[in-house]
Design a protein around this ligand. Sequence first.
Ligand SMILES: Nc1nc2c(ncn2[C@@H]2O[C@H](COP(=O)(O)OP(=O)(O)OP(=O)(O)O)[C@@H](O)[C@H]2O)c(=O)[nH]1
Ligand SMILES: [Mg+2]
Length: 236
Amino acid sequence: MRKPVPAVAEENVSDIHVVIAAYNEERSIGDVISQLRRGYSNVIVVDDGSSDDTSKKALQAGATVLRHVINRGQGAALQTGITFALRRGARVLVTFDADGQHSVEDIPAMVAPILDGRAQITLGSRFIEDSSSVPFGRRVLLGAAVIFTRLTSGMQLTDSHNGFRAFSREAAKQLDIRLDRMAHASEIIDQIRRSRLPYLEIPVHIRYTEYSMAKGQSSANAIKVAADYLINKFME
Ligand SMILES: Nc1nc2c(ncn2[C@@H]2O[C@H](COP(=O)(O)OP(=O)(O)OP(=O)(O)O)[C@@H](O)[C@H]2O)c(=O)[nH]1
Ligand SMILES: [Mg+2]
């Protein structure tokens, strides 16, 4: 069993900015933000051109809300939120999903290595500890993504496509997400490798609910995402 990580010290809380890309998440975003706001004062939501009440619910729950006027994709929304958080003076940036799959309780373990200088980047992994809650189809897809990442970028990760990440200010400044949609996950890994900054994988728990599965990525889309990434990589 993992040793429990103590809560983030009071004096560090305002250094942490949680960035959430959200697309049509009116059903989950309010709860996600309310839980975050119990421990973290800076929660930034980028409403990625939603056609529902995502912005309204996020504001009501206490987030700072930015809005894309059209739907640009999760990569673009994250870059918007990261740029904004840096302008606001963030010292640690956490990327977190809007669909309720990530756990607020995992944030202290994600930010601790950055706050104490052991790493500049932490990447959440659902496969370091008990991963029995990951559905079979997702396990196969994510396993393929890990091999794909090893072949294309040489990075040996256990979970290459987990949206739960944390960056020091210096590391976040080096990010330049250009792939607007889901291929940004592979692009970020390439940029981490190129930056040579120290990173760590941290065990996190990812929740799979009927809602998240219905809203999430289809397996067929994975091929499109991989092609998007490869085309851009070889055009560089
Ligand atoms: N699908 C999708 N999500 C977006 C977009 N823009 C922002 N997001 C947000 O990105 C986050 C992750 O999206 P998901 O589709 O759940 O992807 P995922 O969690 O990596 O994959 P799953 O395991 O299928 O859930 C959610 O918080 C979305 O609201 C977009 O254009 N499309
Ligand atoms: Mg999801």
